[in-house]
Design a protein around this ligand. Structure first.
Ligand code: MG
Ligand code: MG
Ligand code: MG
Length: 307
């Protein structure tokens, strides 16, 4: 009767969500738990590169989590969970985001820390368990860490992330600056993407009170690829906003080299969004100097303004 516990990250998985599912499933297995890594959506090009580089098979897709047991990594709110998660039993959470709305009927391990990546938190869990981190697992985890922190440049980066990055890079035997630059290039592969794919590529949904908000982000070393087709991108945003009945939809186009963002807006609350982000929209586009992090520099401001 016993079934495997699925270790799973958020929808529209990024590298940290996938590599954390893989690494944490390994830790649980070593502790004798029947845990398997899973994913809630398709891999992005950066993550495909990472799995290929470290020669690791992708976690299998969990289409519906109804009646399953779940360990959530890299998220803890239902607007981002795998389908069916409300009818599943969440038995553990490992994350580095704001506390969301996932509730449980039994007491569980809930580990959330304000650091740059779930990989950073997981490194601590390996240490606490007295489990050694092998070089392949270190390779997976340094990938999640470097991806989330934009190679330690994002304002979400903490001193602990820097220490952990040095250590994982050492175990995995990579030069993290050089490897990180390769990841940034992979992350920026937008060439063949349609505007709709750009809009939905790295996408998160939030409920701020009764306000349903979508926040997309493209992180790239060549933002002009997106900005040059701004009209079609904004059309795609309007389409998604209608389909999903969002009240607000913002999309960040983050320039990883200049370390700033442009933002597009859709929906009825442009004035409120502009005020919250301390900017002005012209033709639904605005500039956000110094903004790189959705989590730290955008979500809290929009939540405060829109709730
Ligand atoms: Mg993530
Ligand atoms: Mg993360
Ligand atoms: Mg991320």
């Amino acid at each position: 009767m016993s079934q495997s516990i699925h270790v799973i990250g958020h929808q529209q998985p990024d590298t940290d969500a996938i590599t954390s599912a893989l690494a944490h499933a390994r830790l649980k297995q070593r502790q004798g738990v029947d845990a398997v890594p899973a994913r809630a959506g398709e891999l992005n090009p950066e993550t495909e590169f990472v799995l290929d580089h470290w020669d690791v098979a992708p976690p299998s897709l969990l289409a519906d989590a109804t009646d399953e047991e779940l360990i959530l990594v890299d998220h803890n709110e239902h607007s981002q969970t795998v389908d069916g998660a409300r009818e599943a039993a969440v038995v553990e959470v490992v994350d580095h985001h704001r506390i969301g709305d996932v509730t449980t009927s039994n007491p569980i391990r809930f580990r959330n820390e304000p650091v740059g990546s779930t990989a950073t938190v997981l490194t601590g869990l390996f240490d606490e368990a007295g489990e050694e981190i092998d070089s392949q697992t270190a390779g997976l985890m340094i990938s999640g860490l470097l991806s989330d922190t934009v190679v330690l440049r994002s304002p979400t980066t903490t001193d602990r992330d820097r220490v952990v990055a040095e250590r994982l890079a050492d175990i995995a035997d990579v030069d993290y600056e050089e490897y990180g630059r390769t990841l940034l290039t992979q992350k920026s592969k937008l060439g063949e993407k349609s505007p709709r794919e750009m809009v939905l590529g790295d996408f998160k949904e939030f409920e701020f009170g009764d306000t349903l908000v979508g926040i997309g982000q493209v992180e790239t070393v060549s933002p002009d690829v997106v900005l040059d087709q701004r009209d079609s991108v904004i059309d795609a945003m309007d389409e998604v906003l209608d389909e999903r009945s969002y009240d607000v939809f913002v999309m960040l186009v983050t320039d990883l080299l200049e370390e700033d963002s442009s933002v597009f807006v859709a929906g009825d609350h442009t004035e409120t969004v502009a005020e919250a982000l301390d900017t002005t929209f012209e033709d639904r586009e605005a500039f956000l100097p110094g903004v790189m992090s959705r989590k730290k520099q955008v979500v809290p401001k929009l939540e405060e303004a829109l709730r």
